[in-house]
Design a protein around this ligand. Structure first.
Ligand code: ADP
Ligand code: MG
Length: 983
């Protein structure tokens, strides 16, 4: 027959570091009252006789006496009770009395016949958990048990009442014992060992207990092993391996744990295996007894079930911590590592031999000694229980193998449940009484149940070693990987260094080469440029020297011609040789042109030279930046030399320029005279045209008197000389490409235009058109200024005024007025318009083409010269209007007022500058003469100015004019009256 696994090992091994933990107190038959002994005395006297009908009162529960300290042989329950172990673990044990149930077997067939006339010797009171034992027909004794099971009690109920609490306790980690005690044939084996193969309801405690155990454990994790032993005549036999006889019982000297290392231990996987195992065991028991010529009732059958469970920590459970003891005895907490907790518990199910006396059993073939031996264990058990029940200081535990085996079951740490079986037959009343008394005494035995829990250090050690190995391997891998990485990094670094070094080397050589090439190229270019510019400079110098010589020659000629001219002037009356000065003047003009050309070329040379210098500086700085060597230094020296020569050239050029400038000034002096003349003409025109006259505007140019005298002396002569040159040629110069030429030409024309005699000629020659064209197109401020001055000169002539208007001159002048900022230009333009304003015929057109607005727009300049011309123009315009009104062809309001001139007129009527003030005073008087303007004048505040003029004006004629005007105007008069000003 094969079992799942059969092994021999060292039995139940409890490690030295067993940790006890308090669990909930056990209670067998919870909900039932605790037992009461009989009479509460140690003599186990029964409860007061029921025969007296004394209410079958049950005395108060008799608590077992507290155990007193025992000897070394006593059970350790006493010394460890409530204590705390040195490692700080709770080793508290909980008192737990041996629970005892009594089971009454139904009458069997034999008894039914034999005892048919007799009543049962016992009476069961299950509701009171009492049993009455009849002494005789009139006397009985009552006993209290933890449970009283009637003859009809089912196997299931018996299991649940007697064994199940113990089994559950075993599954929780406590040792447990279920034992049956009683006379042979009372049902011990029936209660414990019935397999129930025919009727499952017959299954006994063993089968049912194993069912519960197997249902609870976790396969593969928890283990259940079973040994099945027989104890007969102090010999332990292995019912699973009958050949093993006389197996030794060992005890752990420290913990007292008992084991049977020589017994077969079968690890169970399922219930059917267990049933087969029990079957085998029973068969072997029967065979052994036959061989020994005895009955099974004479031997004790012991089923030893060992349960090993691994505890899973659940939330809320107390944490188990492994303590690590070091050498000096102190403890060190090893946190985070928790040893697995294992609970190793044992369940003993003991089917004792019949409790009847041997001599009464009728055994044959055994000697008395043998009979003594047969009963030895049972007798010893009775003694131990008596000792324990009576708290005897000595418990003869070692007197038999049974008591040694049951050491933990009575007075130990196990939860023990005893079922005493009795029969109903009065024939066996004595045995029944004896059995009952055994049960009563057993009820007084108190155990101290303890959890059989331990740390699985071996498992922990294995786990730690595995973890250590894993960490070591991991560490080795990491170290190796780091070393490899470092090697790679070092290699990469070295390669990077090499490549950087190589790149630097290549870059350096490329730079060196490039630099050398650049330097060489620069040197070459420089040399070429220097040579080229040297040549050009030399050429330019030679040309300039020639020109200089030529100019000197011309100047000498000019000087002599001037002398001759002076001479000619002096002897003008003689009209001698007039052709010669004209000839000289022509030459002068030509030379002037040449000088201008020369100047232009010189400036170009100057620009070239500066450009060359810049290049030289750039090359030099480039050369110095690159730190060129000796060749560059040499080159630099050459450049310095060249620069020195260039500077010499520059000095020479400046000297030449100075000469040219002096010559030019001379010429300009002559041409400026035209400009000046224009201004003078403007001023002259203003005064000439004024019917009343005004002070001459001051002359802005400040030339030395001696110079002016010279110029004045030369002016007429020059005009004549220009005539000889030809007006057309001069006018053609107005369109010259050269700005300077145009400037000088326009000045000459302006100079000519200052002379009334020339004006017609100029206009005839198309000069007016050219001048207007310059006004329109020239970018040069001077040209526009002088051209405007020339136009102003021409505008003194009435015919020319019409021509100017016809050619759109007023529009161009207005445009120039808008664009110009230079006060002198504005002055010229304002002068020109002012002249035009004096023409009666042109008033409407002039106003329509923006002349008045242009005039008024120029007051933005604020320059007194400009304002004076504006005032003059307004005065001229007002005068013409006044004249028109007087003649009857001007009827409407003044156009000046229409164009918004009145506010400015009023604001400047008392201007500090007398030319402005005089012209405005005149203008106001002219405007006031026309009654149609009177209301506007009053509204604009002009009345007060007229009053002021009439009273304060320094010029009498104007003062009188104002007075007349005020008196003549009804509007003024009524206003003055309204203001209570008697005038
Ligand atoms: P023991 O083991 O105490 O010597 P057994 O268990 O062998 O006694 O029982 C003797 C006989 O009595 C058996 O035939 C058994 O079937 C029967 N028996 C015992 N107890 C009961 C019971 N409670 N109900 C029915 N039959 C019983
Ligand atoms: Mg039996």
């Amino acid at each position: 027959m094969a079992f799942a696994s059969v092994q021999k090992n060292g039995g139940v091994a409890i490690t030295p570091r067993t940790v006890m933990r308090v669990e909930r107190p056990l209670s067998v038959n919870s909900g039932h009252n605790t037992s009461t002994g009989s009479g509460g005395g140690s003599n186990n006297k029964p409860v007061a006789g029921a025969g007296a009908g004394a209410g079958a009162a049950v005395s108060a529960p008799v608590r077992p006496k507290s155990a007193s300290p025992s000897s070394s042989t006593a059970y350790h329950r006493r010394s460890s009770s409530g204590s705390v172990g040195k490692n700080g673990f709770d080793t508290t044990a909980v008192p737990n009395r041996v629970r005892v149930a009594v089971r009454l077997r139904p009458r069997n067939a034999e008894e039914l016949v034999a005892d048919a006339d007799f009543a049962d010797c016992v009476e069961i009171q299950p509701e009171l958990k009492r049993l009455k034992l009849r002494k005789n027909n009139w006397d009985c004794e009552t006993y209290q048990f933890d449970e009283v099971l009637t003859e009809t009690a089912s196997q299931k109920r018996v299991y649940e009442v007697v064994a199940k609490p113990v089994v559950e306790s075993v599954l929780e980690g406590y040792n447990g014992t279920v034992m049956a005690y009683g006379q042979t044939g009372t049902g011990k084996t029936f209660t414990l060992g019935k397999l129930g193969e025919e009727d499952c309801s017959d299954r006994g405690i063993m089968v049912r207990a194993m069912e519960d155990i197997l249902a609870d454990i976790k396969p593969g994790e928890d283990t259940v092993t079973v040994s099945y032993l027989q104890l007969y005549m102090e010999s332990v036999q292995d019912l699973l391996a009958p050949e093993r006889d006389n197996i030794a019982i060992t005890e752990d000297p420290r913990t007292g744990d008992v084991s049977v290392p020589g017994a077969t231990q079968v690890q169970l996987q399922d219930q059917s295996s267990f049933v087969r195992l029990l079957d085998v065991g029973e068969a072997n028991r029967f065979a052994a007894n036959t061989k020994l010529n005895t009955e099974s009732s004479r031997s004790h059958a012991i089923l030893l079930v060992q349960v090993k469970k691994t505890v899973r920590t659940k939330p809320g459970d107390r944490e188990l911590i492994v303590l690590n003891e070091n050498g000096n005895g102190s403890s060190q907490l090893v946190k985070g590592i928790r040893a697995p907790t294992i609970r190793r518990s044992k369940l003993l199910i003991v089917d004792l031999a019949g409790s009847e006396r041997v001599d009464k059993s009728g055994l044959e073939g055994h000697t008395l000694e043998e009979a003594k031996s047969i009963n030895l264990s049972l007798t010893a058990l009775g003694k131990c229980i008596n000792a324990l029940a009576e708290n005897s200081p000595h418990v003869p535990i070692r007197d038999s193998k049974l008591t040694r085996m049951l050491r933990d079951s009575f007075g130990g740490t196990a939860r023990t449940s005893l079922v005493v079986t009795i029969g109903p037959s009065p024939q066996h009343r004595g045995e029944t009484a004896s059995t009952i008394m055994f049960g009563q005494r057993a009820m007084k035995v108190e155990n101290m149940v303890k959890l059989k829990e331990e740390f699985d250090y071996k498992s922990l050690c294995r786990r730690l070693e595995a973890e250590l190995d894993r960490l070591v391997a991991e560490n080795e891998r990491q170290v190796k990987a780091r070393e490899d990485t470092e090697d790679d990094s070092a290699r990469s670094l070295e390669e990077a260094r090499q490549s950087v070094f190589e790149a630097e080397r290549k870059l350096a050589s490329a730079l060196e080469k490039e630099m050398a090439e650049a330097v060489e190229k620069h040197q070459k270019d420089l040399m070429e440029q220097v040579q080229k510019h040297q040549r050009e400079l030399a050429d330019a110098l030679a040309a300039r020297q020639q020109e200089h010589a030529h100019r000197e020659r011309l100047e000498k000629q000019l000087a002599s011609q001037q002398q001759e001219l002076a001479h000619c002037e002096k002897h003008k009356k003689d009209n001698v040789n007039s052709a010669q000065p004209q000839h000289h003047q022509r030459e002068l003009v030509e030379h002037n042109s040449e000088i201008m050309g020369l100047r232009l070329s010189l400036e170009k040379e100057c620009q070239k030279r500066e450009h060359l210098e810049q290049e030289l500086r750039a090359v030099k700085s480039e050369a110095s930046r690159k730190s060129l060597n000796g060749n560059l230094q040499k080159q630099s020296d050459e450049l310095l030399t060249m620069r020195q020569r260039l500077e010499d050239e520059l000095k020479e050029r400046e000297r030449l320029e100075e000469e040219i400038r002096s010559l030019k000034e001379h010429i300009v002096l002559l041409s400026d005279e035209g400009d000046e003349q224009a201004r003078r003409m403007i001023e002259k025109g203003g005064s000439e045209r004024s019917s009343i006259g005004s002070e001459s505007p001051r002359v802005s140019m400040s030339k030395p008197n001696h110079m002016r005298d010279t110029i004045n002396g030369q002016r007429a002569t020059i005009a004549k000389l220009f005539e000889q040159v030809g007006l057309h040629k001069i006018l053609s110069l107005l369109e010259s490409e050269d700005v300077d030429v145009r400037v000088h030409a326009v000045k000459v024309v302006a100079n000519l235009a200052a002379e009334e005699a020339n004006q017609e000629k100029i206009v005839e020659a198309g000069g007016l058109g050219s001048l207007l064209n310059l006004l329109q197109s020239s970018e040069d401020e001077t040209i526009r200024r002088v051209a405007a001055g020339a136009v102003a000169n021409l505008a003194m002539n009435e015919t020319n005024q019409e021509l100017i208007m016809a050619q759109g001159g007023i529009g161009l002048l207005a445009q120039t007025a808008d664009d110009a900022e230079d006060p002198q230009t504005l002055r010229m333009v304002a002068g020109a318009i002012a002249n035009l304003c004096g023409n009666d015929k042109l008033q409407i057109k002039l106003r329509e083409e923006g002349g008045i607005r242009a005039l008024l727009g120029m007051v933005r300049s604020c320059h007194p010269d400009v304002l004076a011309q504006v005032a003059r123009g307004i005065a001229n315009f007002a005068k013409c209007e006044s004249r028109g009104a007087a003649q009857g062809y001007k009827t409407g309001r003044s156009l000046l007022i229409d164009d918004g001139a009145l506010p400015w007129i009023v604001a400047n009527a008392n201007n500090d500058a007398s030319p402005i003030r005089r012209h405005i005073e005149l203008a106001l008087c002219h405007l006031a003469q026309h009654e149609v303007n009177a209301k506007d004048l009053v509204a604009g505040g002009a009345l007060w100015e007229l009053v002021r003029i009439s009273r304060e004006c320094s010029r009498e004629d104007i003062r009188n004019l104002a007075q007349r005007t005020l008196n003549a105007s009804g509007t003024f008069q009524s206003e003055l009256r309204r203001l209570h000003l008697v005038y």
